[in-house]
Design a protein around this ligand. Structure first.
Ligand code: AMP
Length: 409
């Protein structure tokens, strides 16, 4: 996969209409619909400002949530359908974007309909408009060429700046590039530069830290990283399938019995390749999966009535020592059930070890990213990816449709 793509700096946007795929999929209060964090809106500003200041007329677009497609295709009434659509309108995003940009944001009531087309046609250099939620249109997630072409017809240049959706082949993330010259925005460019380098040409030693609940979610990541990393550290719920594969008792800990053979193969493969493969040596366990459960420290075999909930102090030390002196560290997935304060220690220790490592540190989106942010280490991490699923597929070495469609540099 080629990560070296043309960016907005490589094209003259003066007087051009530029369609920008943003990630405005913001969290909202379930009751009031109020935007609870506008981090994604703020993150989009540098690309939008650059384009506007350089004389582009910007047509921004995004999805928000997962609206139901049509009222007759589901077992719901038209009323329920309309209510659900109203909740997912991008109108509040247009308002917030306008406040953050310090200029008017024209809002279109549809995506490729009369309103959007008329407003796009009238749009002047230096002006910005936002289309209504792309997923209100059936063609978006289906990557319908007619829908992609209708989006493209409003503009002359396409800019991809929603890293969180580049692993999806949707009309606005990949389809439009069939009809317009396609460039990366500054957010996508940064993701490609940092993560692409880490995978293709890392400063060594290259250490990968993987955690989270399931082995099955991370199989392709482990496969890919076994070819690239010097050390692989496994924590979280997924570690127990590996411990079982090594012959340990794991009590009632998370186990994917159908992955034990795979785990054995991976351990053997790592050994054959000279890749260090580190697993927990002690664990904080609990009698039940609960925030109030009393942590019991267990070394080696876990008794039949206990489940592993977090890595223990010896493991924390072992893992911290393994990342110390690393050149590059990639981390995806928490070391334990960090949502429960009593079992958040391992994830905290890992975040701290990364922050103090002096290495190029990359934290994949999702839980590990929110853990690092919540624990206050975000400013000591080189790069926190904005895409959960996308960064995981990146680590799998998969071709990302929303990146592959961009012009090569
Ligand atoms: P993932 O989405 O695969 O990165 O998994 C994240 C989830 O894994 C979090 O909700 C954690 O609570 C959970 N998790 C981490 N360690 C464990 C564990 N030892 N047992 C059960 N769940 C865990």
């Amino acid at each position: 996969m080629n990560y070296n793509k043309k960016t907005i700096y490589d094209v003259d946007v003066k007087g051009k209409k530029v369609l920008v795929r943003c990630d405005f999929n913001v969290p909202q209060d379930k009751k009031t619909g109020e935007i609870t964090s506008d981090k994604r809106i703020v993150a989009a500003i540098p690309t939008l400002k650059y384009l506007l200041e350089n004389g582009a007329a910007v047509i921004a677009c995004s999805h928000l949530g997962k609206p139901v497609a049509t009222f007759d295709s589901y077992d719901i009434t038209r009323e329920e359908w309309e209510k659900s659509l109203k909740k997912l309108t991008l109108a509040p995003v247009a308002k917030r974007l306008s406040e953050r940009l310090g200029q008017d944001v024209i809002f279109a009531a549809d995506t490729i309909g009369e309103d959007a087309k008329a407003k796009a046609a009238a749009l002047q250099p230096g002006q910005i408009m936002l289309l209504e939620n792309l997923r209100f249109a059936k063609g978006e997630t289906k990557n319908d060429p007619a829908f992609a072409k209708a989006l493209a017809d409003m503009a002359e240049i396409f800019v991809s700046d929603a890293f969180g959706t580049v692993h999806r082949a949707h009309a606005s993330t990949a389809g439009v590039a069939a009809y317009l010259p396609a460039y990366s925005g500054l957010l996508v460019q940064k993701e490609l530069a940092v993560m692409g380098k880490a995978l293709d040409n890392p400063v060594r030693p290259f250490v990968a830290v993987l955690g989270g609940a399931k082995v099955s979610d991370k199989i392709n990541v482990i496969n890919n990283l076994l070819e690239k990393a010097d050390t692989i550290i496994i924590g979280g719920g997924m570690a127990y399938t590996f411990k079982k594969a090594q012959g340990y008792e794991i009590g009632t800990s998370l186990l994917e019995a159908d992955r034990i053979d795979y785990a054995k193969d991976m351990i053997a493969k790592a050994e054959a390749k000279g890749v260090k493969f580190l697993l927990p040596v002690d664990n904080y366990c609990a009698a039940e999966f609960s925030a109030d459960a009393e942590p019991v420290l267990v070394e080696g075999n876990i008794p039949a009535d206990l489940m592993g909930m977090d890595i223990g102090p010896k493991t924390q030390e072992l893992f911290a020592a393994a990342v110390k002196g690393a050149g590059t560290i990639v981390w995806n997935g928490p070391m334990g059930v960090f949502e429960f304060e009593k079992f958040a220690g391992g994830t905290k220790a890992m975040a701290k070890a990364l922050a103090e490592s002096g290495a190029v540190t990359i934290v994949g989106g999702g839980d590990s990213a929110s853990a690092v942010e919540k624990l206050g280490f975000a400013d000591k991490i080189t790069h926190i990816s904005t895409g959960g699923g996308a960064s995981l597929e990146f680590l799998e070495g998969k071709e990302l449709p929303g990146v592959a469609c961009l012009l090569d540099a």
